[in-house]
Design a protein around this ligand. Structure first.
Ligand code: MG
Length: 320
C-alpha cells in the first residue's frame, strides 16, 4: 500500500473542502436517488474519549467538521478518524460518490455499464482464428442463443480484458450423450489462459478438478451446483488478472465464481496456465489485457446472455 503524503493530503483537503463548500453539496442534492437522508450522529473516533462523556454531549469538545447540504441534511464530516491506508477520514465529506451503474431490469440482465458480448442476436463481438487467419465467428446463432462450433475451434472476444465481472449463461445438451469429459464440455477461459470449466456435471462423474465450475486442473468447485442437462445455468465470475513485473509474477490471478447463485470459489488464487497437465501449472508473463475465450470441445453447448464489466478500484467518481 502506498503511503499517502500527509502534507500533500492536508493541502489537498483544504482545497477540496473549499470546493465542497462552494457547490459539491448542491451537486449531491441534485440527485435524489443518491442523496443521503439524515445521517446518524457518528461515534467519537477511537482513542478520542467517548468514555466519560455525558449523554447528549457526544462530539462536543472537538470539531467534527460537520458538512450539510442545501436541505440541511448532514452529508459528511471533515474531521473524524482517519481510515488507515486511504486518504480518507470516516464519513469523509469529500470522498467521491461512486458513479451510477443502473442494474438490469431483471436478475441476470446487464447493468448499464456492462459490455454486452451476446444479446441473443449475433456474434459480432467475437472472432475465431484458423490456420493463423482471423475471421468472424462461425458458431451457429439461433433464436436467442448460440452454440459451440462442434469442432470448428474456439472463439474469442475482439476486445481485450483484464480485471472483469462476467455473467454467462450456458446449457449442456438435453439429450445426454457421452460421459466424463465428453459430455457438454466447453469452457470460459479468461485471457485465453485461465479456464473455468463448462461441463454437464449432473450425475456425470469425472475427475473433480475437471468438473463444471472447476478451475481446470486446480480446484473443484466447493459444491456441485449443476442443473439438469438442457436447463439454463449461470456463472457470475469475478476475475482478477495476474500482475507481472517484467518476467516476475507480482500477483496471481484470482477467481471468484458463483454458479447458479451458489458460491463455488471465493477469490481463489490461480496457480497458472490451466491447460497444462503433464507439468505443474505456472505463469508465463503476458499482456495486462487479453481476449476472453469460449472453448470449443466438439460438444454442442449453448450460450446466451453474456456480458462483462471492467472492474475498477474504489473512489472512482463519475466523469464530469
Ligand atoms: Mg473445457
Amino acid at each position: 500500500m502506498t503511503r499517502f503524503n500527509r502534507n500533500a493530503r492536508g493541502a489537498a483537503r483544504v482545497w477540496i473542502v473549499a470546493v465542497l463548500a462552494l457547490g459539491v453539496g448542491v451537486a449531491t442534492e441534485s440527485r435524489p436517488a443518491q442523496a443521503p437522508g439524515a445521517a446518524p450522529e457518528p461515534q467519537a473516533p477511537a482513542g478520542e474519549g467517548r468514555r466519560g462523556q455525558q449523554p447528549g454531549r457526544q462530539g462536543r469538545g472537538q470539531d467534527q467538521g460537520r458538512v450539510t447540504g442545501p436541505s440541511g441534511a448532514v452529508i459528511g464530516y471533515t474531521n473524524l478518524a482517519e481510515i488507515p491506508g486511504t486518504p480518507w477520514r470516516i464519513h469523509d465529506a469529500v470522498r467521491p460518490q461512486p458513479r451510477v451503474a443502473t442494474p438490469g431490469a431483471t436478475p441476470g440482465a446487464p447493468p448499464s455499464d456492462a459490455i454486452v458480448l451476446f444479446d441473443g442476436k449475433d456474434l459480432s463481438k467475437w472472432m475465431q482464428s484458423k490456420g493463423g487467419q482471423v475471421m468472424d465467428s462461425t458458431w451457429p446463432v439461433h433464436d436467442g442463443y448460440f452454440e459451440t462450433g462442434a469442432g470448428s475451434g474456439s472463439i474469442r472476444t475482439r476486445e481485450n480484458f483484464g480485471d472483469v465481472q462476467l455473467h454467462v449463461e450456458f446449457s449442456t445438451p438435453a439429450k445426454v450423450q457421452g460421459n466424463s469429459q465428453g459430455r457438454g464440455n466447453s469452457g470460459v477461459i479468461f485471457m485465453g489462459v485461465y479456464e473455468v470449466q463448462v461441463l454437464d456435471s449432473y450425475d456425470n462423474v469425472t475427475y473433480a478438478d475437471g468438473m463444471a465450475g472447476s478451475i481446470y486442473g486446480e480446484y473443484p468447485p466447493l459444491v456441485n451446483a449443476a442443473r439438469k442437462p438442457g436447463e439454463w445455468q449461470t456463472y457470475d465470475i469475478a476475475f482478477e488478472a495476474p500482475r507481472f513485473n517484467g518476467t516476475t509474477l507480482v500477483s496471481p490471478a484470482y477467481l471468484t465464481v458463483i454458479w447458479n447463485g451458489v458460491l463455488v470459489h471465493n477469490r481463489r488464487p490461480v496457480m497458472g496456465r490451466t491447460s497444462a497437465t503433464t507439468t505443474q501449472h505456472a505463469y508465463t508473463p503476458h499482456d495486462a489485457e487479453l481476449p476472453l475465450t469460449l472453448q470449443d470441445h466438439a460438444n454442442p453447448v449453448r450460450y446466451r446472455n453474456i456480458w462483462i464489466r471492467r472492474l475498477t478500484g474504489y473512489d472512482q467518481a463519475a466523469a464530469k
